[in-house]
Design a protein around this ligand. Sequence first.
Ligand code: ZN
Length: 61
Amino acid sequence: MNKRATVQPQGRHFHRWRIAEPNGPVSEGLCRECGATREFRNWLAESDFITNEEHRMTRAA
Ligand SMILES: [Zn+2]
């Protein structure tokens, strides 16, 4: 539900991302099917953590 639709499926398949070794704040992912590349973040934005905490607290109430 919180997924961000940043990846647009291309063609008739879901990309099968092969993630490279972490090298800085992002890792490069390579699709084994079509060779498409994409950058994946190796960290979560601080605001995301705060948002998750707030959701947890709301549920616990
Ligand atoms: Zn692909």
